[in-house]
Design a protein around this ligand. Structure first.
Ligand code: AP5
Length: 215
């Protein structure tokens, strides 16, 4: 199975992708995570991407499609994948078609998480993750069960993203509206687009996605 999760920043793509990875064995391909790793490692890609990401703008199509192509080659043809945060432009959607076709893969589902943009600012500015294992949390919606201790690995250091501030979030939303939402018709004619209410609780969103994917 190959699946795209689409939605504006904070819609819950990463939350649901990480759940699908644990529950169904799909591999999450998040271009945002790949770029943040490149920035942290100080690679040439990271050096180019850092300022663009901090401004809430989009990194070049060539860079992100190159990253996805490399990961697909590492995984081999039969590993089921979730594209999280990719594609984000018409050029990336076309590049993904070519990357998949060249590897004998097909796209089974495009799931759009529909959300209220004002609520997203609260979701994103309250987000933090475990610095050790990457488990995601939220100041209001998902706190660790024991104060200051990761539920998954027991670590006690957490981190917040440099681009998770209100001004950058609003710019990321504007990029989504202008460049990413218009790619949905690219998939509509193939009958593989499903829309899920991303404003529901995390469990309800999970159930709606599972209903689309089937057993
Ligand atoms: P990226 O890392 O992809 O960020 P994003 O798309 O802005 O999405 P987020 O990760 O912020 O949100 P999400 O939908 O995953 O939400 P989450 O599940 O964490 O991209 C960052 C930057 O990298 C871009 O701005 C760009 O510069 C660059 N980039 C990346 N890909 C690119 C590409 N293809 N092309 C060009 N540039 C690219 O949830 C958010 C919070 O809400 C969490 O705290 C979570 O606990 C909580 N939450 C989740 N679901 C619910 C729910 N149902 N109810 C209540 N709370 C919830």
């Amino acid at each position: 199975m190959n699946l795209i999760l689409l939605g504006p920043p904070g819609a819950g793509k990463g939350t649901q992708a990480s759940r699908l990875m644990k529950e169904r064995g799909l591999v999450q391909l998040s271009t945002g995570d790949m770029l943040r790793a490149a920035v942290a490692a100080g690679t040439p890609v990271g050096l180019q991407a850092k300022a663009v990401m901090e401004a809430g703008e989009l990194v070049s199509d060539e860079i992100v499609s190159g990253l996805i192509g490399e990961r697909l080659d590492e995984l081999g043809p039969d590993t089921p994948v979730i594209f999280d945060g990719y594609p984000r432009t018409a050029a990336q959607a076309e590049a993904l078609d070519a990357l998949l076709a060249a590897r004998g893969r097909t796209l089974d589902h495009v799931i759009e998480l529909e959300v209220d943009e004002d609520a997203l600012v609260e979701r994103i500015t309250g987000r933090f993750t475990c610095a050790n294992c990457g488990e995601g949390y939220h100041d209001r919606f998902k706190l660790p069960k024991a104060d200051g201790v990761c539920d998954v690995c027991g670590a006690s250091n957490f981190k917040r993203r440099a681009d998770d501030n209100e001004a950058t979030v609003r710019q990321r939303m504007a990029e989504y509206r202008a460049k990413t939402a218009p790619i949905i018709p690219h998939y509509e004619g193939r009958g593989i687009v499903a829309r899920v209410d991303g404003m529901a609780s995390m469990d309800a969103v999970a159930a709606a996605i599972d209903a689309v994917l089937g057993a």
